[in-house]
Design a binder for this molecule. Structure first.
Ligand SMILES: Nc1nc2c(c(=O)[nH]1)N[C@H]1C(S)=C(S)[C@@H](COP(=O)(O)O)O[C@H]1N2
Ligand SMILES: [Mo]
Length: 493
């Protein structure tokens, strides 16, 4: 006899909680680059849908940060504009809980025989579901007897939600991880590309929203008393007062939890970063171990490549630029036996040139393919001979960052573990698409670490320092965006 055992009711409720958090954090992430594409070049105008009304100027340099839209904190988990670090943190943390809960739920379904409630075992489900649909369409309600425990249309819908739509969200979610698609480009191709994965993930979200609206409407209007009893006290013969009390308390708690998370996160960004990242990092590390093996072809190169992080206004970089960076030198020091200082000429003359055609993945969501030419970081590491206690490389840039109000902040910097930098597609690039690195893309030299998100790849390089601990650098979180915008540091998803 199929009923509503306690574990099923709890699983259902936890699912509601996690779904609300996933949806709100997802919308916040989308607001940071509120355009969706079916192509991975992301040229302005090539999107199939755009939220917000911003139009970028044609005659002056803009960056992807300018494209971010503000979002209401009721919809977005942290609200406002460019609150991406916290949104990602909540999205990934909740995703872990949602998948775990779903996994337990499905396991118990099969262990207890309850799976029969969702999995249709006869093709007659289709004509039967159609019949139910016609009943609703003519503003009639199927009799209670049609529910055992669900009517055919309900059963078919739930089956699709649990066994098709949910796995698809996981599959398309993974299809956006730079580490995963960097290591397995075929996976990305199978989904139609990085942006197709992103678009499909969004359409999956829309399907969930449509489902929730219909589901809630039907519960409210069709045999609602029985359904509410089923999902709270486990059956229609229980205590109605208890059932309706549980029902409203559960909704109240869901709302309060959402408000509390938004409120707390906005006030304690750093604490939320420090508390949640260790959980998320378990998965970030697993994916982060995958070395990039991308080999796109010349014809994949994006005709247009979005910029993020405008060229430095700083006088020292401006002076170097005047002279085509002939006086520029990369200072390498810290925990190394042989510190050195290398000009562009030195880099070209003394190291083997490597080239790679790869896909760039910005944390905001856009992508682009380019050919990068330069020196392999592992060659550089061999040259300077780090001491055995050196664990990280810190990359310092020339650009001072300004906040959205134009207030001057600190200098850009980033870092990697030596392990990450020993990967074959970790290079320092002085060329893009066969030409000297353009000013806005990081001249004269930038990092390319192809299995990571774009913000890790420091442009306008000034110096490199080998260190044993990141906690003493900047605010100690591994980079400018980690310190100031609360981004996560591994950035493999
Ligand atoms: N020095 C410096 N490096 C930087 C940035 C920056 O603002 N300053 N932005 C980062 C971000 S968020 C991204 S997505 C990439 C963008 O590279 P692109 O402008 O060549 O597309 O550079 C990264 N490196
Ligand atoms: Mo970025």
């Amino acid at each position: 006899m199929l009923g509503f055992p306690l574990w099923l009711r709890i699983g259902h409720y936890l699912n509601i909680i996690f779904m609300t958090l996933l949806m709100r954090s997802g919308m916040q992430i989308l607001a940071d680059h509120p355009m969706l594409y079916w192509n991975d070049d992301c040229a302005p105008g090539s999107e199939w849908i755009k939220f917000g009304k911003k139009v970028m100027p044609k005659d002056k340099l803009w960056t992807s940060l300018d494209q971010a839209e503000a979002i209401n904190p009721v919809l977005g988990i942290t609200g406002g504009r460019h609150n991406l670090g916290a949104a990602r943190r909540w999205h990934f943390f909740t995703a872990i809980l949602w998948v775990t809960n779903g996994f337990i739920y499905v396991t118990l379904l099969f262990a207890t025989g309850e799976w029969l409630r969702y999995v249709p075992v006869s093709w007659s489900i289709f004509p039967d579901a159609w019949h139910t649909f016609l009943t609703y369409a003519s503003f009639h309600v199927p009799p209670l007897a049609a529910y055992n425990p669900f009517d055919p249309l309900q059963q078919l819908t739930y089956f699709i939600i649990i066994f098709i739509l949910s796995p698809l969200q996981i599959i398309t979610g993974l299809g956006m991880s730079p580490s995963f698609i960097g290591r397995f480009p075929w996976y990305s191709k199978m989904l139609g590309g990085k942006q197709a994965a992103r678009s499909l993930h969004f359409l999956g979200f829309v399907s969930f929203v449509v489902f929730v609206i219909i589901h809630v409407t039907l519960v409210a209007f069709v045999h609602s008393r029985t359904l509410i009893m089923n999902i709270t006290v486990g059956g229609p013969t229980g205590n109605w007062n208890l059932a309706i009390t549980i029902f409203w308390l559960a909704i109240l708690f869901m709302i309060l939890l959402n408000v509390a998370i938004t409120w707390y996160t906005l006030r304690h960004q750093r604490r939320v970063q420090d508390i949640l990242d260790p959980f998320v990092n378990v998965f970030m590390r697993i994916l982060g171990r995958l070395p990039s093996r991308q080999a796109y072809t010349e014809k994949d190169i994006s005709p247009y490549f979005i910029v993020n992080g405008p060229p430095p206004r700083d006088a020292d970089w401006q002076t170097l630029k005047e002279n085509d960076f002939k006086d520029w030198k990369l200072e390498i020091g810290g925990l190394v036996k042989r510190p050195c200082s290398l000009s562009l000429e030195d880099l070209k003359r003394e190291f083997t040139k490597v080239e790679q055609i790869t896909k760039h993945n910005c944390i905001q969501g856009w992508s682009g393919v380019a050919k990068w030419g330069g020196v392999s970081v592992s060659d550089l590491i061999k040259r300077v001979e780090p001491f055995s206690k050196a664990r990280y490389m810190v990359f310092y840039a020339y650009d001072t960052k300004y906040d959205t109000e134009g207030v001057e902040g600190r200098k850009y910097y980033g870092s990697f573990t030596l392990k990450e930098m020993m990967m074959p597609q970790s290079i320092l690039a002085y060329e893009m698409n066969g030409k000297p690195l353009p000013l806005e893309h990081g001249a004269p030299l930038r990092v390319r670490a192809e299995s990571r998100l774009g913000f890790k790849m420091v442009k306008y390089l000034k110096s490199i320092e080998f260190v044993d601990d990141l906690r003493t650098i900047g605010d100690g979180h591994g980079g400018y965006r980690q310190d100031v915008q609360f981004y996560d540091n591994i950035a493999s998803i």
